[in-house]
Design a protein around this ligand. Structure first.
Ligand code: RB5
Length: 142
């Protein structure tokens, strides 16, 4: 799988570890910043990553801020982006299986690295089930 990753300052501290987790699982990950703990605005990074995921068919995104909420709100403004705020392996699994989510969001201030790893593992091991879920996902777009 190919991932893009972006964080704001409140997700920056965990970013390198998350990149290592993704690489160690055998996936590709491209870093879109931020590149320091200096304060930035999360929508700038959510929009940048969403554009990349939409351009690069089949790719996925990981967005991390303090809670994951702001990142998910901003990313979901893009038609074709289905950003899921996941707090655990179960929500990550369902985000892929039922919602065909293409951007994973979580909060550095909410989950630790161990939970983040289980979220990413569940995401990577789960596939969209289609069928009745495809009909529902189609209805998300207005
Ligand atoms: C930054 O303080 C914080 O508001 C941001 O990272 C995020 O949690 C917003 O949803």
């Amino acid at each position: 799988m190919k991932f893009y990753i972006a964080t704001d300052h409140a997700g920056f501290a965990i970013k390198e570890d998350v990149k290592e987790i993704v690489k160690n699982m055998g996936h590709e990950i491209i870093d879109l910043g931020t590149n320091s703990p200096d304060r930035v605005d999360y929508p700038d990074f959510a929009h940048k990553l969403s554009e990349k995921v939409l351009e690069d068919s089949g790719s996925f995104g990981i967005l991390i801020c303090g809670t994951g909420i702001g990142m998910s709100l901003a990313a979901n403004k893009h038609k074709g982006i289905r950003a899921a705020l996941c707090h655990d392996a179960y929500t990550a699994e369902m985000a892929r299986k039922h919602n065909d989510a293409n951007v994973l969001c979580f909060g550095q201030r909410v989950v630790g690295l161990g939970v983040a790893e289980s979220i990413i593992k569940a995401w990577c091991e789960s596939e969209f089930e289609g069928g009745r879920h495809a009909t529902r996902v189609e209805k998300i777009e207005l």
